[in-house]
Design a binder for this molecule. Structure first.
Ligand code: GDP
Ligand code: ZN
Length: 382
């Protein structure tokens, strides 16, 4: 409101209006020093506030909320990939001890130091997985987590909603797909894994277990079914965890490496692991007895180290091997024999329904195994 004295002319009234506006402005204005102080104060308050809790997805390791289906596999990262963003790689005190996570449960994890010392501690807020190399503070009675080292590979899958990625295992060199020979091996799973690992520095081994249950004729059929995989460069082992057949070959394929076992439940992953590492299993059992809670029949991932240094990670509950992103190129690349047929009419032929397709012709003429082609089409339909 303009306070105007009687007798003020228009010009003076205008001036008075401006003076009042200016007064108002300066009354509202905060002194710059005061402004700085307020900002600093707000920053301090924000820093002191506890961060919102992270999603504890990695606790799914104990299997209680683990869906049966291996929904979608996320590619293993190349060896020199930078660590994930949520990873806190600290400059670690040289006295911090190094160890590997061998088990993770909802409220505890087991870490084995390089020299074999076993520690139990609550899992950190970070997303960690079996296979992670971590630094520990062992200066007090209970060892505690300090940091996780960069990973050379990561095996993860999306949960059924597709929104969250769960780490299955890290720092693996070999993915071993375990199939059961009886009633018949689901070889398509091996093909899917091959597509998922396209171009990654991870070796794939296919282990067909329970061969002791095969009759003579069935054994021959199996060898024939596996022939294309061998021809196309996969390492294939036929094993019986019960009578020991083929275990030497399997052990040789993974020796000195970190290997994760993937396959439907019931195919014999745990039995294979026990057959390869009787001493390894005992070690984790002792840890469980040590915590006074008795022995759980655990359904979580677990890492076992064999006497020769080979490490095996068992991942139960993993049934199918969904693919994160199937590019037609990756699918074709997993079937190298398709590249050896003559050219198709179209350069970007998906070998599906296109006319004049050399791959389809090769299948019809028996040059490419019909089962391989069928497996390719199933992957393509994803
Ligand atoms: P996992 O769910 O993949 O870990 O499978 P398990 O190791 O628990 O084995 C499931 C069942 O298959 C058990 O009853 C095992 O005894 C049996 N089994 C495992 N390996 C073999 C094998 O090589 N031959 C036969 N006949 N049975 C096996
Ligand atoms: Zn074609």
């Amino acid at each position: 409101m303009i306070r105007s004295s009687p007798g003020m002319n228009d010009r003076e009234q205008d001036k008075e209006r401006m003076r009042q506006a200016a007064r108002k402005h300066f009354e509202r204005r905060v002194d710059p020093e005061e402004n700085k102080r307020r900002k600093a104060e707000s920053r301090r308050r924000k820093a002191g506030r506890p961060k919102p809790p992270r999603r504890r997805e990695w606790t799914s390791g104990d299997g209680t909320d683990e869906p049966e289906t291996f929904e979608r596999i996320v590619k293993a990262k190349p060896l020199d990939a930078p660590p994930p963003r949520e990873l806190d790689v600290l400059v670690v005190d040289a006295s911090a001890r190094r160890g590997t996570i061998v088990e993770i449960h909802r409220n505890r994890m087991v870490v084995v130091e390089d020299d074999g010392l076993v520690h139990e501690m609550p899992p950190p807020e970070h997303r960690v997985a079996v296979g992670d190399v971590v630094r520990l503070d062992v200066s007090r009675a209970d060892a505690s987590f300090v940091a996780v080292e960069p990973r050379r590979s990561t095996l993860a899958r999306r949960d059924p909603t597709g929104r969250h990625v769960r780490l299955l295992a890290t720092n693996v060199d070999v993915v071993c797909v375990v199939l059961t020979a009886v009633p018949e091996p689901k070889i398509g799973l091996a093909d899917r894994v091959r597509v998922a690992l396209d171009g990654e520095p991870v070796i794939q081994v296919v282990c067909v277990n329970k061969t002791d249950l095969l009759g003579e004729a069935e054994a021959i059929t199996l060898v024939e079914a596996l022939a294309p995989l061998r021809t196309e460069g996969m390492i294939v082992c036929e094993t019986s965890a019960l009578d020991g057949t083929g275990l030497k070959e399997l052990a040789a394929a993974i020796r000195g490496r970190t290997c994760v076992l993937v396959g439907q439940s019931g195919v014999g992953k745990s039995t294979l692991l026990n057959a390869l590492a009787p001493e390894g299993r005992r070690e984790t059992r002792e840890v469980r007895e040590g915590d006074g809670k008795g022995r759980h029949t655990t359904t979580s991932s677990a890492l076992v180290t064999l006497e020769d240094g080979t490490r095996i990670i068992d991942t139960p509950g993993v049934r199918a091997f969904g693919l994160e992103k199937v590019t037609p190129a990756a699918a074709v690349a997993a079937f190298p024999e398709f590249g050896r047929t003559g050219p198709c009419r179209f350069r970007d032929c998906l070998h599906h329904h296109e006319p004049d397709c050399a791959v389809r012709r090769a299948v019809e003429q028996g040059e490419i195994a019909a089962a391989r082609y069928a497996s390719y089409l199933r992957i393509l339909s994803d």
